[in-house]
Ligand binder design. Structure first.
Ligand code: PMT
Length: 403
């Protein structure tokens, strides 16, 4: 089921007594980490309310082909493009006939025509309707067109008949759907990543900060997401768009970054501290703009900020914890010191004195330091490096999990 993390599943519900089971399908898919959007035919709403599906999926249910409100948000073509997989459960005889005929006379049939995503149908109907030659011909036509047909099961039916036509159970459908996706290095893992600088305000117009652009942290978030993880990106102020399918929490100060990092930390399997957190903040924030005086030298009083990654590494629900070490000299010495002092599992040593890598650049070169060894990775784009780092981190994390 871990394969469903981050997957965008469009669940189509058509009219039939089995429609009540769609609530359980939605719950199972959500629990497995999928993002679920529900589309119902008018007949389906006679069997289960859109409100139930909205509450379970966390999104408004799509009902009409020509709904100006929906078209302004996610219209039918966007919805067709959005889906990684379309599951139609239950699929009635009428729906199967319409889609086999290539009709687009409601939202769900239109989506089937417009999508490039794989489509699976879970038929549910009376045994005689299932055995009917028209239905069988329609099912064969859909199979030839590339649709997958899951079920139906045979057994006692709601109408009192016995025979084939029962929709497969929600657990079976969810498992079949999960099997459609590849198992990736971080499938089923929850990853928190801090990125960018923090800003420590001095007065309403000034702050202390640093040159971090967030590029490294955002690239790591994308790579972790691509590796199948559910990602929470805790970002200081940067000019970057968060990767899609990643939950991004925007913060300003180190204290806000700490609070966002600790929120739901018990769900976190892997924490990566790529942020350049200000070590100190002003003792007090002036209520009004600090005015220029006559003195040539102005002194600022600063107080130490909390160490976010060290706090995470000491937490009772400690995730696998990876820090960065941005250094301008004695790189490996300071990286090892941070590994031990902050009780980290791994440190990514980053020489920020070299031009073209480190802060604000598009490329980086790092050394991966573990308690056992140090591996230098060649200079490359932050995007490529993030992919390599996530592969290495996943190897260590999965090794630890298997112990
Ligand atoms: O953002 P970019 O422009 O792409 O640049 C990337 C980067 C250089 C910022 C990044 O690769 C990097 O090195 N990040 C860590 C920067 C840093 O603050 O390093 P540090 O050696 O001061 O901190 C060591 C570790 O402790 C880091 O994981 C840091 O996130 C963490 N830390 C530091 C202080 C603090 N109060 N809380 C922390 O969690």
């Amino acid at each position: 089921m871990h394969r469903l993390t981050n997957r965008q599943i469009l669940l189509g519900i058509t009219g039939g007594i089995a429609a009540y089971k769609s609530a359980e399908i939605t719950r199972l898919l959500k629990k497995a980490g999928a993002d679920v959007r529900v589309v119902m035919t008018p007949a389906a709403t006679e069997f289960i309310t859109p409100l139930t599906l909205q509450a379970l999926s966390g999104h408004p249910v799509h009902l009409e082909l020509l709904d100006p409100e929906a078209e302004a948000g996610m219209g039918h073509i966007e919805l067709a493009k959005w889906a990684d997989h379309i599951l139609i459960a239950p699929a009635s005889a009428d729906f199967i006939a319409r889609v086999a005929a290539g009709m687009g006379n409601d939202l769900l049939t239109t989506l089937c025509l417009a999508t490039e995503a794989p489509i699976s149908l879970a038929p549910a109907m009376n045994q005689a309707m299932w055995r009917d030659a028209h239905t069988q011909a329609n099912v064969e036509a859909l199979k030839s067109a590339g649709y997958t047909i899951w079920g139906p099961d045979a057994g006692e039916q709601a109408c009192g008949d016995t025979g084939p036509g029962r929709m497969l159970e929600p657990t079976d459908l969810a498992a079949r759907l999960a099997a459609e996706f590849e198992y990736l290095a971080l499938s089923g893992k929850t990853v928190f990543i801090t990125a960018g600088p923090t800003r420590e305000p001095l007065d309403p117009v000034r702050f202390i900060s640093n040159h971090s652009s967030g590029k490294m942290g955002y690239a790591l978030a994308q790579a972790a997401m691509d590796a199948g993880a559910k990602v929470k990106l805790i970002s200081g102020p940067v000019n970057l768009t968060p990767p899609s399918r990643v939950t991004c929490i925007q913060v300003e100060t180190a204290e806000e970054m700490l609070a966002a990092s600790l929120e739901q930390i018990e769900e976190c399997d892997l924490f990566i501290g790529a942020a350049a957190v200000a070590d100190y903040r002003p003792v007090a924030i002036a209520e009004h703009k600090i005015k220029k005086g006559n003195e040539e030298i102005m002194e600022l009083r600063l107080v130490k900020n909390p160490d976010i990654i060290a706090t995470v590494a000491k937490h009772s629900h400690r995730p696998f914890t990876v820090g960065f070490a941005a250094e301008t000299r004695d790189l490996l010495h300071y990286a090892r010191d941070k590994l031990v002092r902050k009780q980290l599992d791994m440190v990514i040593a980053n020489d920020v004195s070299v031009a073209g890598i480190g802060f604000n650049s598009n490329e980086n070169q790092v050394t991966l330091v573990t308690p056992e060894d140090a591996t230098s990775l060649p200079q490359t784009s932050k995007r490529m490096l993030a992919k390599q780092l996530i592969e290495q981190i996943a190897l260590h994390l999965n090794k630890q999990d298997s112990l």
